[in-house]
Design a protein around this ligand. Sequence first.
Ligand SMILES: [Zn+2]
Length: 226
Amino acid sequence: MFFFDSTIFILIPAIILTLYAQYKIKTTYLKYSKILAKNGLNGKETAEELLSRHNLSNIKIEPIEGRLSDHYDPRQKKLGLSKEIYYGKSLAAQGIVAHEIGHALQDAKNYFPLSLRSNLVPVTNIGSRMAIPLFLIGFIFSSPALMDIGIIAFSLAVLFQLVTLPVEFDASKRAVNLLVGANIVSDTEEINSVKKVLSAAALTYVAATSVAAFQLLRLIVLRNRR
Ligand SMILES: [Zn+2]
């Protein structure tokens, strides 16, 4: 993705933001994964409580491998929680569980950006894989048409990243409301801690979007130079 020439400098702010976002999520998660939530529930229990409150008990909760691999699968109606989160009793664990249930709620309520995002997945997968090779072939052989196809394909990847933002922000907003609404997290300090974990996670999506957007800008600059 990062072939080298002077336009690489266009990406530097986005790369710095990405490094900062990675640092931020790592340190924030580490901090709040050590602070136990006052209610004493583990991730699985938190999930069960929230799901049953919102009539979503049909959703299966499963411990999965990996670190921060937590996700909600709308096709299989499954909530995959990494073991650290599944068994964890920290504020970080509860925030992450509630965020994933936020996605389950989006799914249940047919939240438009989520379905748009799901529909974009197959198109974007092909698009983002083909974009740079097509562009490079067009660039090397001075074919504006091929470069344009590469740029259009890459735009789909950027669009996917853009649609991801409202989906993620909304899930985090729902997460806080879910935890407070269920009285799982109630005092201001705990609420703020959960918010910090979720904001740090959101920043990684903002960083990814900015890398994609600036990469698109870079392709356009390169094309116009040819
Ligand atoms: Zn999410």
